[in-house]
Design a protein around this ligand. Structure first.
Ligand code: ADP
Ligand code: ADP
Length: 226
């Protein structure tokens, strides 16, 4: 059973040409799926339909065994990791990671257990009392992922998380994200317009052009048969 099944997904904004046009993609449990294509090809729109931030015009969005077309974002149990990390600058790393648990009304004991487990996995346990402003880019990225982990989200969704970074840092963070994704084994959908990211990060790559799925293959297959 696929973790996320997109079946004949269509998105129309107004009367124009569809932004996403009859796209079908199955993301397997634990898979790292890349959505790649030039600006305007519809990859953000597709990601936003997975997470529930955009209405689906036609088709079925299935997460696990649930059709989620009409479910609000918070009912889908997915974790969007935003480009700017959306961390709270005045809160410590600990409280940033704890934030979704506090919102959900978790006990102090549960919060503590989950934050400490997540920070160990993410190698943040020595930085729990620091504030985001004093962290490196890679550490901030991990805090953002920690926030998703403590919620036991079914999948991570990334929308161009590295596009504002310089080339060197981008390379380092790419390696880090790939390593953590494999360690956590969490289903991931990652949007990028960057060919290098597409060819190095994912298990499979979905290539979009003008809203249409052009190819869906492993990086190796794409490399030998572009
Ligand atoms: P990408 O993420 O690949 O750059 P988008 O999903 O942002 O592409 O956009 C796909 C198409 O849908 C583009 O033609 C864009 O102009 C259009 N589009 C995106 N968002 C909106 C919106 N809120 N209203 C109208 N058109 C939109
Ligand atoms: P870590 O692996 O410890 O999380 P990074 O891979 O993020 O660190 O950072 C590696 C290098 O990039 C370090 O020298 C760090 O100072 C630098 N660096 C980290 N974040 C930024 C940033 N936002 N802008 C510029 N340089 C950064």
């Amino acid at each position: 059973m696929a973790a996320i099944t997109m079946k004949n997904i269509v998105k129309k904004y107004g009367d124009g040409f569809p932004a996403v046009n009859d796209v079908s993609i199955d993301v397997q449990d634990g898979e790292f799926m890349i959505l790649v294509g030039p600006s305007g090809c519809g990859k953000s729109t597709l990601l936003r339909m997975i997470v529930g931030l955009e209405d689906i015009t036609d088709g079925d969005m299935v997460i696990g065994e649930r059709r989620v077309n009409d479910l609000a974002p918070r009912e889908r149990n997915l974790a969007m990791v935003f480009q700017n990390y959306a961390l709270y600058p005045h809160l410590t790393v600990y409280e940033n990671i704890a934030f979704p648990l506090r919102l959900a009304g978790a006990s102090d004991e549960e919060v503590d257990q989950k934050v400490r487990d997540a920070s160990k996995t993410l190698e943040l346990d020595e930085h729990l009392e620091r504030k985001p402003g004093n962290l490196s880019g890679g550490q901030r990225q991990r805090v953002a992922m920690g926030r998703a982990i403590v919620r036991d989200a079914d999948a991570f969704l990334f929308d161009e998380p590295l596009s504002n970074l310089d080339a060197k840092l981008r390379g380092q963070m790419r390696t880090e994200i790939a390593r953590l994704q494999k360690r956590l084994g969490i289903t991931t959908v990652y949007v990028t317009h960057d060919q290098t990211e597409a060819m190095t990060l994912g298990d499979r790559v979905a290539v979009l052009k003008r809203g249409v799925l052009q190819q869906l293959a492993s990086p190796r297959e794409l490399y030998t048969n572009p």
